[in-house]
Each structure stands twice: as structure tokens, then as C-alpha cells.
Design a binder for this molecule. Structure first.
Ligand SMILES: C[S@@+](CC[C@H](N)C(=O)[O-])C[C@H]1O[C@@H](n2cnc3c(N)ncnc32)[C@H](O)[C@@H]1O
Length: 235
């Protein structure tokens, strides 16, 4: 799955290139995505386990992603978005507009894999012009729910993007560290609901799962269009 080998020809010093193989049902390699990582640097320059699980889910849902308009939030090294692009999706990869080194690395990784993606700075909870032009059928985000103080900003951006494209869905993988209470509360607050919740490890081939650890969930979140139930206080 990932060999973590060094390849100085394509990446600046102090970086490594990991290779992520996607296989057919017979276990034959179909394609490989190469990712430039830098362990000494930022959160966004490392392939987090949530990203490996989301990338595998996208690969398994290939017909759904082919031709879709996909936006990845907090893309970091962008493995899930690159798999979507490989499957024929039109992909926009985004990360914090202030993290220039992460955005530069995303562009390098696209070039390395010869994949043509749009790369833009998109900071959660900030309403720059770039966000108003995005029309995504599928929004993805791996390990973007890791810092409680940023959850509200992330959910405000997700709610905005879902409202901009009726019928769209947000697919995210996250470490379930303290139960779903905060995520459930924020979904209600932002008018969202969870349509599907699966154990991330359950969808992984066993040889890939054995390299990962944690309690990782995959959720599909949509706008909640159910009518609000009115409760009468006056009897
Ligand atoms: C834990 S890393 C996950 C990176 C990648 N998705 C993965 O799973 O390998 C979190 C990512 O969110 C990005 N991020 C953090 N705060 C952000 C914000 N306020 N707006 C946009 N991106 C943000 C970071 O730059 C980083 O790339």
C-alpha cells in the first residue's frame, strides 16, 4: 500500500514519497498514487490514516465519482481527491489559504501524478470569492474534524457548499475520540443530517487495515430537508 521510500528526484530535500496502490477484486494493481510527504513540517504534509480510508472508499465507489464535481476540504497531501481525479472526477483541492507550503505541495503532488486538479486556498468559515464559485456534487474531507475549536467553522463551510449545490453530499472520515455528541449537536445546529455511518476499518482490505490504527468512522452528511417538528408549549 505505502512504501514510504525516498525519491529525491521529484521532491525537495527532507521529504519522502509514499506510494498508494489501488487494486481490483483479484488483488491486481490498477493504479498507484504517489504522495510527497514531509514529517517535520505541517499537519497538511503527512498522509493521515483517515485519508487512506477515504481514498479506499472513493476507489470502491468508482462509478459514483466518475464525472462528479468534487471539492476536497483540508486536503493536505490530497490522496482522496487524487483518487477521485484518477476516476474521472473534476476535482478542486483546497486547504487553509494561509498555509502556502501545503498548497504548493498539493500542486507538486498533482504534477507528480500527472493529474489536472484545481488547487485553491479555502479557509473554513471564511467567505472569500473562491467559495462562491464552487459547485460540487460531492464534498470530501479526511481528518478535518480533529480540533474541536474549528468544528463550527468547518460545518459552516460544509453547510454553505451543500446549500450551493442541491443534492450534494459531504463524505468525511474522522477519529471518533469522544463519541459523536459534538458532531451530532453541530449537525443539528447547521441543518445537516448523517445519512450513512460506517466503521472505516470494515471497508478496508485486510492487508491495508493492518497498517492503520484508531477508531475511524466514515460519515455521509447531507442537508436536513425534513420539516421541523413543532412542539406546542400551550396545551
Ligand atoms: C489532520 S490534517 C488532514 C490532512 C489530510 N486531509 C489527510 O487526512 O491526510 C488537517 C488538514 O486541515 C487543514 N486545515 C486546518 N485548519 C483549517 C482551516 N481553518 N481551513 C482550511 N483547512 C484547514 C490543514 O492544513 C490540514 O491539511
Amino acid at each position: 500500500m505505502e512504501d514510504g521510500s525516498s525519491d529525491d528526484s521529484a521532491a525537495p530535500s527532507s521529504t519522502t514519497i509514499s506510494r498508494h496502490v489501488f487494486e481490483d477484486d483479484a488483488g491486481e494493481s490498477v493504479f498507484t498514487i504517489s504522495i510527497i510527504e514531509n514529517m517535520e513540517e505541517d499537519y497538511g504534509l503527512y498522509v493521515w490514516p483517515c485519508s487512506i480510508i477515504l481514498a479506499e472508499y472513493i476507489w470502491q465507489q468508482k462509478t459514483r465519482f466518475s464525472g462528479a464535481n468534487v471539492v476536497e476540504l483540508g486536503a493536505g497531501t490530497s490522496l482522496p481527491g487524487l483518487v477521485a481525479a484518477k476516476l474521472g472526477a473534476n476535482v478542486t483541492l483546497t486547504d487553509d489559504a494561509n498555509r502556502v507550503e501545503v498548497l504548493d505541495n498539493i500542486r507538486r503532488v498533482c504534477d507528480l501524478n500527472k493529474l489536472n486538479c484545481n488547487v485553491i486556498g479555502l479557509t473554513w468559515g471564511v467567505w472569500d470569492t473562491s467559495i462562491f464559485n464552487l459547485r460540487s456534487t460531492i464534498i470530501i474531507g479526511a481528518d478535518v474534524l480533529y480540533e474541536n475549536s474549528a468544528f463550527d467553522d468547518l460545518f459552516s463551510t460544509v453547510a454553505f457548499l451543500l446549500q450551493s449545490s442541491p443534492g450534494s453530499v459531504f463524505i468525511t472520515t474522522y477519529h471518533n475520540r469522544s463519541g459523536h455528541h459534538l458532531i451530532e449537536f453541530l449537525m443539528v445546529k447547521w441543518g445537516l443530517k448523517c445519512e450513512k455511518l460506517v466503521d472505516g476499518f470494515a471497508l478496508m482490505p485486510s492487508h491495508k487495515a493492518s497498517n492503520l490504527s484508531g477508531n475511524i468512522q466514515l460519515a455521509e452528511i447531507v442537508l436536513n430537508c425534513d420539516p421541523v417538528k413543532e412542539t406546542s408549549l400551550v396545551k
